[in-house]
Ligand binder design. Sequence first.
Ligand SMILES: *[C@@H]1O[C@H](CO)[C@@H](O)[C@H](O)[C@H]1NC(C)=O
Ligand SMILES: *[C@@H]1O[C@H](CO)[C@@H](O)[C@H](O)[C@H]1NC(C)=O
Ligand SMILES: *[C@@H]1O[C@H](CO)[C@@H](O)[C@H](O)[C@H]1NC(C)=O
Ligand SMILES: *[C@@H]1O[C@H](CO)[C@@H](O)[C@H](O)[C@H]1NC(C)=O
Ligand SMILES: *[C@@H]1O[C@H](CO)[C@@H](O)[C@H](O)[C@H]1NC(C)=O
Ligand SMILES: *[C@@H]1O[C@H](CO)[C@@H](O)[C@H](O)[C@H]1NC(C)=O
Length: 428
Amino acid sequence: MQWRRRHCCTHAAKLLYLLSLLGLLVFLVHQVWLPKLSGTPWWRGYPVVYGGTVLHTTKNKWNSSAAHAVWRFGNVPQQPFRAEATIGSSERHNGSFHRGDTSFENNLTANTSQSQEGAHNATLTHGPFPYIIDEPGKCAEDRPAPFLVLLIATEARQVEARNAIRQTWGNESVFPSLGFIRLFLLGKKEGEQGLLQQKMLESESRRHHDIIQQDFLDSYKNLTIKTLMGMNWVAMHCPKASYVMKTDSDMFVNTEYLIYKLLRPDLKPRKDYFTGNNMRGFAPNRNQNSKWYMPPELYPGDKYPTFCSGTGYVFSGDLAGKIYRTSLRVRRLHLEDVFVGICLAKLQIEPTPPPNGFLFNHWRVSYSSCKYSHLITSHGFHPNELLKYWHHLQSNKHNACISTFKERTGRAHPRRPNRDKQARLLQH
Ligand SMILES: *[C@@H]1O[C@H](CO)[C@@H](O)[C@H](O)[C@H]1NC(C)=O
Ligand SMILES: *[C@@H]1O[C@H](CO)[C@@H](O)[C@H](O)[C@H]1NC(C)=O
Ligand SMILES: *[C@@H]1O[C@H](CO)[C@@H](O)[C@H](O)[C@H]1NC(C)=O
Ligand SMILES: *[C@@H]1O[C@H](CO)[C@@H](O)[C@H](O)[C@H]1NC(C)=O
Ligand SMILES: *[C@@H]1O[C@H](CO)[C@@H](O)[C@H](O)[C@H]1NC(C)=O
Ligand SMILES: *[C@@H]1O[C@H](CO)[C@@H](O)[C@H](O)[C@H]1NC(C)=O
C-alpha cells in the first residue's frame, strides 16, 4: 500500500513536470518557432516601410488594453510628442481622436466635387462608375442574410485562379446552412484583348453568377476603386450580412477557420469590427521607384493610421456602408489598404488585433497541414498549388498535426524505408 502510494505520487509529480514542460514548449513555439518558419520577419513582408525603418516604434508601444479602453470611451489625452501635429480643431476640442494618429488628417479631405455624391444623402448610389456586370439579387435569394460575403479582387485574365477558388476556399456549398457568398471584383480592360476578355467574362458570369464589374480601368492604381465597389455592393444589396472579407485571388484562405474559430456563427455578430494583419505605425514609402510610393503631396503625414494588409481583412457588415460613405469625403489614395485604414480612422474605429499573430499572413507560409489548419490567410499561390494544398488539408483535417509529426519523423530517418513509406501514405 505504502509503496503504491509513493509510486503514484512520483508519477503525479512526473506528470506535472511534463505538463509544465509542454506548456513552456507551446509558449516557445508561438513566440519563436512559427515566425521563423514563416520565413520573413513581419515588418519585412510589408513594403510600405522604406529602408526597413518603422517610425516611432518605441514611442508607439502603447499599453494596448488602456488605449483600447480609452478609445472606446472616446477621450484620449494627446500624446506630448504629437502635440504639434495638425489636428482639426473639432477633434482637438473633443479630444476624441485616436492616440494622436492625426497627421493623416492633414490635407486629406477630398475636394467638394468628390464629396457631393451621397454625403448628405442616405440613399446610396453605385458611385461614379456604373456596373457593367452586377448581381443585385445574389444576397436576397430566399434566405436570411448571409453570414459571410467574400470579396475577391481579380482581373479578367485570371480565369484559372477564379476556378481554383470556386473549387476550394470559395466554394459556396461547403457551408450551405450559413449563408456564404463569393464575389469576384473586376474593372474593365482596354483594347482588343480587353473586348475579348470581356466577352469571356460575361459568359463566365452567366455560368457562375459570382462576378461584379464596374466601368473603370482595371489597373493596380485603381485597386481602391475596386475595393470600394465591393463595399458599395454590400451596402446596397446585402447590408445585413454579418461579416465581409476582402482578399485577393492569389491567396489561400482557410474559410472554415475564419468562420468557426474567429467569427463564430454561434455568437451575436459584432458591430464596428475590423481585423486582419494589423499594420501599426507604418511610414509612407517615399522611394519613387517603389510600387508602394506615396507622394508627399498626396499624403504629407509621416505615419499612416493603423491599417490591415489588403491581402486579407475581415469586417462586420455594418462597416461596408460606413466605410463607403466615409470614402466619399476622403481623398482617394491608390494604396487600397492604407485608404481603408484612413477611412476607419475617420470613423474612429481601431482595427482589432487578431487573437494571434499567425492567422493573417501577407507572405507565404510554407505548407504543412498542421500550420494551415491554424491560419486564415497565406499569400502567393498558383491555382494548381491552391488545389493541391486545399485537398491535402481537407483529407488531413482531423489529424492535421499528427500526420505532420509523422511526416517529420519519417523524414528524419531517411534510411528506414518502412517509415518513409508510412509517411508517404499519410501524405496521400
Ligand atoms: C495597462 O493598462 C491597464 C489598465 O489601465 C493597467 O492595469 C496596466 O497596469 C497597464 N500595464 C502597463 C504595462 O502599463
Ligand atoms: C465632438 O464629436 C462629436 C461626434 O464625434 C461631434 O458631433 C461634435 O460636434 C464634436 N464636438 C466638437 C466640439 O467638435
Ligand atoms: C493641402 O495643403 C496645402 C497647404 O497646406 C493647401 O494649399 C492645399 O489647398 C491643400 N489641399 C487640399 C486638397 O486640401
Ligand atoms: C438622394 O439621392 C437620390 C439618388 O441620387 C436622389 O434621387 C434624391 O433626390 C437624393 N435626396 C436628397 C435629399 O438629396
Ligand atoms: C463544392 O463543394 C461541394 C460539396 O463539398 C461539391 O459537391 C462541389 O463539387 C464543390 N464545387 C466545386 C466547384 O468544386
Ligand atoms: C482608373 O480608372 C479611371 C476610370 O476608368 C481611369 O480614368 C483612370 O485612368 C484609372 N487610373 C489609373 C491610374 O489606372
